[in-house]
Design a protein around this ligand. Structure first.
Ligand SMILES: [Zn+2]
Length: 255
C-alpha cells in the first residue's frame, strides 16, 4: 500500500511552534521543561465506563521524559520482518529505548516482532489500521474504528501490553481522535524532527537533516517499514552515537 511520509503537511510546523525552543547564545539549543508541563496540564479525557484503562492527556506530546537533553526516537509503520529486527539491533547496540508506532494489521501478522519490541524495553504506539493520512477528513465512526481496532490488534499481538501512545498517520489528528485515544490511555504523539528517511534521500542526507532540525525539539521520526529501509538503519547507526557524544540521552515521550 502506498504510504506518505508522516512528516509532510501542517503538523510539523505547528509542533515546532508549540514546543517553545530556547536558543542559547552559543547557538546550541535546549528544550524547555515547560513543554512537558504545558502538555501535562491539559485536561484528561474521560474513560468509557466499565473498563480500567487509565486516561491520559489529550494534548499532543512532544517533550521527553529524559529531560532537557533528552531525545525520543520514534519508529513508525512497522513491524516489518526485514527491517524491524535490524532497527532493534542498532538500538540495542547503543542502548537506546524507542517508541514503535505500529500499524494494526502488521502487528497482527508479526506478533513475534511486537513481543520482541516489548521485551527489549521499547514502548508501543497505535498507528491506526489503514494508515490513512486523510483520517482527519473522515467520520468519527471511521476514526474510532481505525484507532480502537489497531489498539486491539497491537495489544493482542504483544500478549497484553497496551500501546501507550497514539500517532495519527501523517499527523492527521482531530480533536475527536485525540480525545478518544487519550480515553484509552494512549497519549497523542507528535514529532519535532522528520528525518525524511521515508523518501530515501541517502544516509548522509538523513543524518544531516536530523542534525539540522534537532533544535526543533526532542522527538525524532524514523520508519521501519514501507519500503527498503537500509538508509534508515545506517542513519541510526551514525546518529545515535553522535548524539550520545553530544551529551544527549534517550527517553520516551512524556505521558
Ligand atoms: Zn506512518
Amino acid at each position: 500500500m502506498a504510504r506518505r511520509s508522516d512528516g509532510r503537511g501542517w503538523n510539523s510546523k505547528l509542533v515546532g511552534a508549540a514546543l517553545g525552543v530556547t536558543l542559547l547564545a552559543t547557538g546550541a539549543s535546549v528544550w524547555t521543561a515547560q513543554a512537558g508541563t504545558a502538555d501535562g496540564s491539559s485536561p484528561e479525557a474521560t474513560a468509557p465506563a466499565g473498563n480500567h484503562v487509565r486516561p491520559t492527556a489529550v494534548a499532543i506530546a512532544h517533550a521527553s521524559d529524559a529531560g532537557t537533553r533528552g531525545i525520543n526516537i520514534t519508529i513508525d509503520d512497522g513491524p516489518d520482518p526485514e527491517w524491524t529486527p535490524q532497527v532493534l539491533d542498532v538500538l540495542r547496540e547503543y542502548g537506546v529505548k524507542a517508541t514503535f508506532c505500529m500499524v494494526g494489521p502488521q502487528a497482527q501478522a508479526h506478533p513475534d516482532l511486537v513481543k520482541k519490541v516489548v521485551a527489549a524495553g521499547h514502548r508501543l504506539c497505535d498507528h491506526s489500521v489503514s494508515h490513512d493520512t486523510a483520517m482527519d477528513k473522515k467520520s468519527e465512526a471511521y476514526q474510532s474504528q481505525q484507532i480502537l481496532d489497531a489498539e486491539r490488534l497491537i495489544t493482542k499481538a504483544s500478549g497484553g501490553v497496551r500501546p501507550m501512545y497514539y500517532r495519527a498517520p501523517g499527523g492527521a489528528f482531530t480533536p475527536y481522535s485525540r480525545k478518544l485515544a487519550a480515553s484509552r490511555g494512549m497519549r497523542p504523539l507528535g514529532w519535532n524532527v522528520d528525518s525524511k528517511d521515508f523518501e530515501r534521500p541517502g544516509t548522509e542526507t538523513i543524518v544531516a537533516t536530523v542534525e539540522r532540525e534537532l533544535p526543533n525539539g526532542p522527538t525524532l521520526l524514523f520508519h521501519d517499514a514501507g519500503g527498503d529501509r537500509t538508509q534508515t538503519v545506517e542513519a541510526l547507526r551514525r546518529v545515535l552515537p553522535r548524539l550520545k557524544e553530544q551529551g544527549y540521552s534517550f527517553g520516551f515521550p512524556v505521558r
